[in-house]
Design a protein around this ligand. Structure first.
Ligand code: C2E
Ligand code: MG
Ligand code: MG
Ligand code: MG
Length: 285
């Protein structure tokens, strides 16, 4: 009897593993189809100059328009894209798409013609053989004004082969694009990133910004990071600004730029009349 119980447990365990495996294989298969059928879209979130209350650029955020599940955010599929390397193909499309958006603003004398767009890139571009060459080729092929393209990497890009990744970063900088360190304050967040890497922007992670709600405990840190930016040549971007309180605090300590639901949500189409002054009239009061 003991034996059959044990067996039953084993079969049960097996079943859930089987389900997991099927789910993961399905996701992988569907992602391949998504690439071929181009089921992706980009949503753009405003990035604002906190002092001047105007939009200086946007961050492009990947969405998957899944045929049955609807619009999916990166947390639902990015891990699979990363794991399988499909992210590289997806990002080829992202860069082309972003560059064509930049070009259309430029051509139409749009009010955003000086705006930049930030794209999130997998660290694989920096450390995987040949990928850097491909990325450089892609940027050269598509970009008219490389300084309006910001490439965002988070520190995981530097966790495996730091030397190689840093070399890649310097090569990218030679193209004239701008570089940002994403999600600073969420991981190990070495001081090294602030001055030994060619980042023009340091983006403070939203988990860190959230602590400013109802507490000033980390405000001195934001202030210090902003001041160091003046010395080390980067500018500070706060992510995940969700309230007027947090916005006011960030302005008080001189944080340069910011984005968040309180300013604007990521949107499929950039509305030309969208403007932080209309969206957050209180910011200047
Ligand atoms: P991220 O680069 O840190 O992007 C900011 C994320 O915060 C976005 O999530 C955005 O929708 C969300 N966000 C913005 N403001 C607020 C706010 O006020 N409150 C809260 N709670 N969230 C806010 P999203 O779009 O789900 O993207 C998640 C992550 O997926 C991104 O984090 C980025 O690391 C990654 N990602 C997005 N697009 C791409 C891509 O094209 N390639 C790669 N490799 N990664 C991407
Ligand atoms: Mg980002
Ligand atoms: Mg990120
Ligand atoms: Mg981030």
């Amino acid at each position: 009897q003991a034996k059959s119980l044990g067996r039953g447990r084993y079969v049960f365990f097996d079943e859930s593993m089987r389900e997991q495996l099927i789910a993961s294989m399905t996701l992988e298969q569907e992602l391949r189809v998504a690439i071929v059928e181009n089921q992706f879209e980009l949503h753009y979130q405003q990035i604002s100059d906190l002092m001047l209350s105007n939009t200086i650029g946007f961050e492009a955020l990947l969405r998957w328009n899944h045929p049955t599940k609807g619009l999916l955010t990166p947390s639902e599929f990015l891990f699979m894209a990363e794991e399988t390397g499909m992210i590289l193909e997806i990002e080829t499309w992202v860069i082309a798409e972003v560059c064509s958006q930049l070009k259309s603003w430029l051509d139409s004398e749009d009010e955003h013609k000086n705006a930049f767009i930030g794209v999130n890139l997998s660290g694989r571009h920096l450390t995987q053989a040949n990928q850097l060459c491909k990325l450089i080729g892609l940027i050269k092929e598509h970009t008219i004004e490389p300084e309006r393209l910001i490439l965002e990497f988070n520190e995981s890009a530097f966790s495996k082969n730091n030397e190689l990744a840093l070399k890649g970063l310097r090569k990218l900088k030679e193209l004239g694009v701008k570089l940002a360190l994403d999600d600073y304050g969420a991981g190990q967040s070495s001081f090294n990133f602030l001055h030994n890497y060619p980042f023009e922007f340091i983006k403070l992670d939203r988990s860190f910004i959230r602590t400013l709600n109802g507490s000033d405990i980390n405000l001195a840190l934001v202030k210090a990071l902003h001041e160091l930016g003046g010395k080390f040549g980067y500018r500070l971007v706060a992510e995940g600004i969700e309230s007027e309180e947090v916005l006011q605090k960030l302005m008080k300590v001189g944080c340069d730029f910011g984005q968040g639901y309180h300013i604007s949500r990521p949107e499929k189409i950039v509305n030309q009349s969208d403007n932080i002054e209309r969206l957050v009239p209180k910011a200047r009061a």
